[in-house]
Design a protein around this ligand. Structure first.
Ligand SMILES: C[S@@+](CC[C@H](N)C(=O)[O-])C[C@H]1O[C@@H](n2cnc3c(N)ncnc32)[C@H](O)[C@@H]1O
Length: 317
């Protein structure tokens, strides 16, 4: 039998994907609700939950998918352009890393520098839900999920890193934002975690110098990179998987009204935070070129709209 408190806390974690603000909100909710049904009703009809579901809703998301046509997305360019694209992303994130590191990772007002202190616990706990998704995906796809070295592409302030560190022998955590990486390193030190090796990427070529690994983990990162850069990263990283190794990464593959032209992008305002999509066909081609076996493509909720997918693929042993 579960207590009312446990069901309420589960409602926060599973439906609202956060921790309750404090114990008194849980106590108050427990006092005001009689049954598990009433508690679930309360969460599933709350404004916070409905807003989390996102504007399009399930049926309109299906409609977007059915109406999807080939989009004008440039995915290849010269090396000089690639460097310019990467530099723009590096600058955007470096600035965010120095000003609003936590908020830049999870855009929730509670995680602004002015209020993060009171919400550090919920920020850290927020990765628990995605680790459950990760564990469940590995369990669905593989009898013997990999151990060894995990490459975390875009570790941010170490939200998921601390959980990954318990699942693998070593984590190579890479990011382009020095401020975020500093926080990640400090957080690992504070938690007594000593198997995380943080590496700052300063230029696009640094990707090619990364070591081989057994698992690639990347969530909410490729979406911020122009398609030629995200494709370059996949094409460079996937062949670095060791036999038996697994790639687990998220990227939007189709976004309503999205197009990408390098020429107009380089003329646009560089201060606007980038959100991009890489066509699924390009992701499949990258997986095939690295000779990986695709095990699953899962529609996910990372962008809050239609088209974001998590790919799970394995290099045969
Ligand atoms: C939205 S945050 C997510 C961080 C982390 N994955 C998490 O879930 O907490 C995106 C992170 O990716 C980093 N990033 C963006 N583009 C990158 C790239 N091309 N290579 C490495 N890191 C990148 C940013 O600096 C930022 O720390």
């Amino acid at each position: 039998m579960f207590s009312k408190d446990e069901i309420i806390r589960a409602g926060y974690r599973v439906l609202l994907e956060r921790e309750p603000e404090n114990t008194s909100v849980v106590e108050e909710a427990a006092a005001s609700m009689e049954s598990a049904e009433e508690i679930l009703q309360h969460f599933s009809t709350s404004t916070e939950y409905i807003e989390k579901l996102g504007a399009p809703g399930y049926l309109s998301a299906v409609a977007v998918g059915r109406g999807a046509r080939r989009q004008a997305i440039e995915t290849r360019t010269s090396f000089e352009n690639m460097q310019a694209l990467f530099e723009r992303i590096r600058k955007q994130w470096s600035k965010l890393g120095e000003t609003e590191p936590y908020w830049s990772v999870l855009t929730d007002e509670r995680y602004r520098m002015s209020t993060i202190e009171g919400h550090q616990a919920s920020f850290e706990a927020s990765a628990r839900n995605e680790m459950n998704l990760f564990d469940a995906a590995l369990e669905r796809c593989f009898m013997n999920p990999p151990k060894g070295v995990c490459l975390e592409l875009g570790c941010g302030v170490g939200r998921a890193t601390r959980y990954l560190s318990a699942r693998f022998d070593r984590i190579v955590a890479v990011d382009v934002a020095a401020g975020n990486m500093r926080i990640c390193e400090d957080a690992m030190r504070q938690d007594g975690i000593d198997n995380v090796d943080c590496r700052l990427l300063t230029k696009v070529q640094d990707i090619a110098d990364l070591p081989e690994f057994d698992l690639l983990y990347s969530v909410m990162v490729l979406q911020h990179n122009p398609p030629p850069v995200s494709l370059y990263m996949l094409n460079t990283l996937l062949p670095k998987l060791r036999p038996g190794g697994v790639a687990y990464f998220q990227v939007p593959t189709h976004t309503l009204r999205y197009a990408f032209s390098i020429e107009s992008y380089l003329k646009s305002d560089p201060s606007i935070l980038d959100m991009h999509a890489l066509p699924m066909q390009e992701v499949f081609a990258s997986i095939a070129a690295a000779r990986l076996e695709l095990r699953e493509v899962l529609a996910d909720g990372w962008t809050g709209q239609y088209g974001s997918h998590t790919f799970i693929a394995r290099k045969p042993a």
